[in-house]
Write a protein that binds this ligand. Structure first.
Ligand code: AP5
Length: 223
């Protein structure tokens, strides 16, 4: 396969599988740009924008924000120069409509998705991970109280910011997010399999082992 940039990757997998954790590591390792639609919504929420206010009700219920709004937000974001080398899409696309829209957006830039690593994880593991997740209010760094704890409880290792629990990480919302994943997002597995882009990675391993498996998979398109 050709090695020319841009190299666009799409990470798929259930909530809590570790998409964000792995995307941040790959961003550092590969020099690509991570774009998380969930982070973009949370940023808008923090800044009390119209988009943030619209997204909040959906996020609190663990439902997807409507396609037209989400697609427009990502289409605008990928125009920026920091995406020139390639993007690690984290949490987008989440529906077939979003996947088709992404193909069209990239075609307009004369580029395409190069690989879709699918993080495969069991329901018990992702529920456990999400209920123990903590996020830095200041820099967004993500921790897990059992598997990836901060050095000092409640304090970010990176910037000393305060750690908080995402409101959609409550047990009831987590179950609904998983349900939404199976219903609306899991069809993407077939979509990308048909395009010969899918590579499955076992996400039920420690963070570094998943990272090694991801790098191994991505090497095929990056070298
Ligand atoms: P979003 O923020 O995208 O949430 P998500 O997909 O539900 O994914 P998560 O962030 O929960 O999990 P992750 O896979 O990134 O796991 P992480 O690395 O944090 O979306 C939130 C909401 O925004 C949606 O519900 C929806 O409302 C809206 N939204 C977003 N995108 C949208 C779209 N495209 N369309 C419509 N609506 C959209 O890891 C989880 C925890 O486990 C962490 O604590 C981490 O430290 C730990 N961990 C990670 N890997 C491991 C490991 N290998 N071993 C042990 N612990 C681990």
């Amino acid at each position: 396969m050709a090695s020319a940039y841009p190299v666009h990757l799409v990470l798929v997998g259930p909530p809590g599988a570790g998409k964000g954790t792995q995307a941040v590591m790959l961003e550092r390792e590969l020099g690509l740009k991570q774009i998380s639609s969930g982070d973009l919504f949370r940023e808008n929420l923090k800044n009390q924008t119209e988009l943030g206010q619209l997204a909040q009700a959906y996020m609190d219920r663990g439902e997807l924000v409507p396609d037209n709004v989400t697609i427009a937000m990502v289409a605008e974001r990928i125009q920026r120069s920091d995406c020139a080398k390639g993007v690690i899409f984290d949490g987008f696309p989440r529906t077939l409509e979003q996947a088709k829209a992404l193909d069209e957006m990239l075609a307009l830039q004369d580029s395409e998705i190069r690989l879709v690593p699918a993080l495969v994880s069991s329901d018990e593991v992702v529920i456990d991970r999400m209920t123990g997740r903590r996020v830095c209010r200041n820099c967004g760094a993500v921790y897990q109280i059992s598997y990836n704890p901060p050095k000092v409880e409640g304090v970010c290792d990176v910037c000393s910011g305060e750690l908080y629990q995402r409101s959609d990480d409550s047990p009831e919302t987590v179950r609904n997010r998983l349900y939404v994943y199976y219903k609306q997002t899991s069809p993407l597995i077939g979509y990308y399999f048909a395009k010969n882009l899918l590579v499955r990675v076992n996400a039920d391993q420690p963070i570094d082992a998943v990272n090694q498996a991801m790098l191994q998979a991505v090497k095929v398109v990056i070298e």
